[in-house]
Structures are given as structure tokens and as C-alpha cells.
Design a protein around this ligand. Structure first.
Ligand code: AMP
Ligand code: MN
Ligand code: MN
Length: 332
């Protein structure tokens, strides 16, 4: 356990006691699972099964990207419960609220004991035991704080490292602290290979993914004297290329680093007339506040929401809110 002022010793010992006492455990993360979510779910599963291989651990999660499937216990991921009885213990990882558990919310609610581990600033607190730290880079960082260092195996270490890599954008977002680097170093000591994890799960793209990235950048539009950039992909184009949402990873990040841009928006059409909106800030706009106005959430510099309408109307309703914040000229 590393030092984390938001986590008490009592809470940590209850976390470990609950694992010890539980026979049937479930772990879920948010819908549309990203690297931090997948790393946290698989890392915790590996940790529990390393301690006691006889325990039953179900990971109830939407199907994950192929690029994460090499991680240990990826085959424990399922979309249907295997038990009639409520789970003894249920973990919600990387979810800012219960709704983000999607189809598994009800199973979580009926479990005998629930634990929430999360780092979203919009998390108001849910679950019987809570580890919520908006200063943490990732849910995997908080898990590292909770888990006993000497019991972290290579399998767990690889998952936690992957989660940290993804939520820090490979150690470059402003959530990359000294502590993050120290944890990453400790995980490397466990045998994790940074080159492998970073290239294979973050930078590597299929030819089609590169094409769609190129297209999104080429069709991007600057607003407000270049301080906002947006791009959008329609469902019919996603169908044409045969791509899914995970194939669009990295687009928003590249839009954000466009010179002069304060805020980047990327929209993709989930179903006809319904867009997932990703928002990223370079420090002058609190995008979480904006996403929340549309029923979403996230972090100050990275947030998301799902909005009905067409691209023009959605951008026209979001950009004045960005403009308002830019006018105030404050750093977030
Ligand atoms: P994304 O743009 O999907 O990469 O999301 C950026 C951040 O915002 C992540 O931390 C997400 O967990 C969070 N986020 C995205 N969409 C939503 C949503 N609809 N509700 C709450 N949080 C969200
Ligand atoms: Mn996440
Ligand atoms: Mn996260």
C-alpha cells in the first residue's frame, strides 16, 4: 500500500476482509470499457485468484477490445451472471455512478456487499465501501494503493500498468504525478514491459483505424478563432469501414494537441441521431461541467456525454458553453 490520504487503514482492511470472507465475487466496470476499466477489472480478478484460486470471480463487463485480450483472466469476462443467488461481494470499478454499470446495475444493487473504486470528480459516492479519489490518475492507481504490494503478481501488475498508461495518455496528461511514475516503476520491477504494453495496446493501429483517424483529422473544423476543434463520424461511415467505437481511440487526443486549441470535441454516431461526445480541455475549460449539462460526466480535462440530435445542433449547443468559460479566462 502506498500513501494516499483519502484512503484510511480501516477502509483498506475492510476491503481485504470482505475479499477473504466472500465466496462468490463479481467485478464490473463502465459501459464501453477503456484501458483503465479493463486493467482494473482484470487486475483485481488476478489479485483475488492469486490469493485463493478456489474463489469464484465473475467479471461482468461489456466485451473488451481484442487488444486487451492477452491479459490474464480475460476469459472471466462475461455478459450474463452464472449464479441465481446475489453475489457475496460486488466491485464497481472506474464508474462515476451506478448507471455507468449499464446492464449490471441491478446485479450490483442486489449484492450482499458492494465496493466502489473510482477517480471521477463527478462521482457522488455509492456502494457500501468507497474509495473515491479524483486526484488519482486512474482507478488502477487507487487499486495499487489498496492492494498489498508483495501480493501483486506479474499478471496483476501488467493490468494495473496498462490502466495507468491509458488514463494518463502514456504518462503525458496533467494527471501524471511523481507518484504515478513511482507506481509505474514498481510495476516494471514486477516484470511489466513498458514497450510491449504501450505499443501493443495504445499506439498500435490497424490500417483501417489509421484511415479513420486520418479522415477525422482531415474533416475537422476549427471554431472560435481556432480555440475549439471538432470532428464527427457518422454511423454510415462507421458501417462502411466496419469499425466500432474502440477503433476511434486516439482521435480526440490528436485533435486536442492542435496548436491554439483549448477544447476539442469528437462525436461519433452510436445509433441514428444519437451521438457519443468526447470532450478534452487544455486547461482553460472544465469539460466535466459541460458534459454534466448533457447528462454525462468525467474529469475536468476529459469528459463525455451522449446527446440526441445532428452534429451541427450538438456542436452549436456545446460551443457557447465553452466560449463562456474561455471568456472568464480562468485556469481550471
Ligand atoms: P471518453 O471521451 O469516452 O474517453 O470519456 C472521457 C471521460 O469521461 C472518461 O473518464 C469517462 O469515464 C467519462 N465519461 C464519458 N462518457 C460519460 C458519460 N456518458 N457519463 C459519465 N462519464 C462519462
Ligand atoms: Mn474509464
Ligand atoms: Mn479511469
Amino acid at each position: 500500500m502506498t500513501s494516499n490520504k483519502k484512503i484510511t487503514r480501516q477502509a483498506v482492511s475492510l476491503f481485504h476482509r470482505k475479499i477473504k470472507e466472500a465466496e462468490r465475487i463479481a467485478i464490473s466496470g463502465h459501459i464501453n470499457p477503456d484501458g483503465d476499466c479493463v486493467g482494473a477489472c482484470l487486475g483485481l480478478c488476478a489479485y483475488i485468484l492469486d490469493l485463493d484460486p478456489k474463489k469464484k470471480v465473475d467479471i461482468l463487463l461489456e466485451p473488451i477490445s481484442e487488444k486487451f485480450r492477452f491479459l490474464a483472466y480475460a476469459d472471466h469476462i462475461m455478459q450474463e451472471k452464472t449464479e441465481e443467488e446475489p453475489y457475496d461481494l460486488y466491485f464497481s470499478l472506474d464508474c462515476s455512478d451506478k448507471e455507468r454499470l449499464g446492464a449490471f446495475q441491478e446485479l450490483f444493487e442486489e449484492a450482499r456487499f458492494t465496493i466502489c473504486v473510482d477517480h471521477h470528480i463527478s462521482n457522488q459516492g455509492f456502494g457500501d465501501l468507497r474509495f473515491i479519489d479524483a486526484d488519482a490518475s486512474s482507478t488502477c492507481e487507487i487499486l495499487y494503493d489498496i492492494l498489498e504490494e508483495k501480493k501483486i503478481s506479474f499478471d496483476t501488475a501488467q493490468c494495473l500498468y496498462l490502466g495507468i498508461v491509458h488514463d494518463t495518455g502514456v504518462f503525458k496528461h496533467s494527471n501524471t504525478t511523481r507518484k504515478v511514475m513511482e507506481i509505474a516503476g514498481a510495476l516494471i520491477d514486477k516484470g511489466v514491459r513498458p514497450d510491449f504494453i504501450i505499443d501493443e495496446t495504445f499506439y498500435k493501429k490497424t490500417y483501417i483505424q489509421n484511415q479513420i483517424l486520418g479522415r477525422a483529422l482531415m474533416e475537422s473544423i476549427l471554431l472560435l478563432d481556432g480555440r475549439i476543434i471538432f470532428s464527427a463520424i457518422k454511423k454510415k461511415d462507421m458501417d462502411f469501414y466496419g469499425i466500432e467505437s474502440g477503433d476511434l481511440d486516439g482521435v480526440i487526443d490528436q485533435l486536442r494537441v492542435t496548436e491554439g486549441v483549448e477544447c476539442a470535441l469528437f462525436l461519433y454516431e452510436k445509433t441514428e441521431g444519437q451521438f457519443k461526445v468526447s470532450l478534452r480541455s487544455n486547461g482553460k475549460v472544465d469539460v466535466r461541467k459541460i458534459a454534466e449539462q448533457f447528462g454525462g460526466g468525467g474529469h475536468v480535462k476529459a469528459a463525455g456525454c451522449t446527446v440526441e440530435g445532428n452534429v451541427r445542433d450538438i456542436v452549436n449547443s456545446i460551443s457557447p458553453l465553452i466560449d463562456q468559460q474561455l471568456e472568464q479566462g480562468k485556469d481550471v
